[in-house]
Every structure is written in structure tokens, then in C-alpha cells.
Design a protein around this ligand. Structure first.
Ligand code: ADP
Length: 164
């Protein structure tokens, strides 16, 4: 039996924290679908196409058979509906500090009610990456700070273009 998981997020842009969670998730599921939320409400810096493209580029350089087991897809609407359409039985979320807990707790409860067959699992990034957030990386970059420790070189270049 093969297990499919979904890792949903905005990925605006993908950070080293997200990458760490993706690596960990590939150890838990056979097939991982990264669901890139259109999320116009959050006023993303990067277009949906750019966010998908950056993720695909990162995944292409993963070791072993991971690139064949990970797929990036855009989605809109209810996560539980998207999960069913992907044949996924698991939602993967990353947990950083206590601050993430409240929101994730509510989301998991709601999603569990919407579809009790889908389990949410939480993974923690390595302590090197736990403090990274797309929001702060954007803020630092917009203020001229160096974001090389938080995102890959291609992502950093694209951010520099956006803020130039
Ligand atoms: P969202 O809009 O759903 O919060 P994000 O792209 O910000 O989208 O995050 C997607 C998922 O990745 C969330 O579960 C978030 O908690 C997790 N995540 C983001 N950054 C990190 C990190 N540095 N360490 C662990 N998990 C993270």
C-alpha cells in the first residue's frame, strides 16, 4: 500500500525551513504532493507560477529517488477537497515555535471535522532552520539584509530582482 501526503503552504518563497520539512516528509510518505495555495489574500510577493517554479527547481536537486516521489501542484479552495482529489491520506505541516501551535491546532480540528479520514501530522525542522519564516525573509531582503542563510541561491536572486 502506498501512502500519499500533502504538504500545503503559500511558499512565498520556499525557504530552507520548507526544504527541511519536505526532506523529512519524504521519509514518512511514499509520494508527496506540495500544494501551493493561490492565497491571494496574503498578497504574495511571487506569482503562483513563480512559487511553483522555485519549488520544482529545489526538488530537482534532491538526492536519490526523492525527485520522482515529490510533485508540486497549485490548489485553490478547501485543503481537504484537494487532498481527496490527490488520493492523499495525510496532511503534513511544519511546526516552528509555540506561536504556530494555536493556528495549526484550529486548522487540524476543522480539517478533521471536514474529513475524518485524513490525518494531519506535524514535523519539526532541524534547529538550524526552525526560526525561518518566508515573511521575515522577505522583510530582511526588502531592507537590504543578506538572506543567504535562509533561502537557496536561486531563490535569493529572484528576491533581489523583486526588491531592486
Ligand atoms: P502558510 O500560509 O500555510 O502558513 P507557509 O508557506 O508559510 O504557508 O508554510 C507552510 C508550512 O510550512 C506551514 O506548516 C509552516 O508552519 C511550515 N513552515 C514554514 N517555515 C518553517 C520552518 N522554518 N520550520 C518548520 N516548518 C515551517
Amino acid at each position: 500500500m502506498s501512502r500519499t501526503g500533502i504538504y500545503p503552504g503559500t511558499f512565498d518563497p520556499v525557504t530552507n525551513g520548507h526544504i527541511d520539512i519536505i526532506h523529512r516528509a519524504t521519509r514518512v510518505v511514499d509520494r508527496l504532493i506540495i500544494g501551493v495555495a493561490i492565497n491571494a489574500g496574503k498578497g504574495p510577493l511571487f506569482t503562483l507560477e513563480e512559487r511553483v517554479e522555485m519549488l520544482e527547481r529545489e526538488i530537482a536537486s534532491f538526492p536519490g529517488d526523492a525527485p520522482e516521489r515529490v510533485e508540486v501542484r497549485a490548489f485553490e479552495g478547501l485543503l481537504t477537497v484537494f487532498a481527496v482529489s490527490c488520493d492523499a491520506s495525510l496532511i503534513v505541516r511544519g511546526l516552528r515555535a509555540v506561536s504556530d501551535f494555536e493556528y495549526e491546532f484550529q486548522m487540524t480540528g476543522m480539517n478533521g471535522r471536514l474529513n475524518p479520514d485524513i490525518e494531519t501530522v506535524f514535523l519539526m525542522a532541524s534547529d538550524k532552520y526552525q526560526f525561518i519564516s518566508s515573511r521575515l525573509v522577505k522583510e530582511i531582503c526588502s531592507l537590504g539584509g543578506d538572506v543567504s542563510h535562509f533561502v537557496s541561491a536561486p531563490v535569493k536572486d529572484r528576491m533581489l530582482v523583486k526588491y531592486s
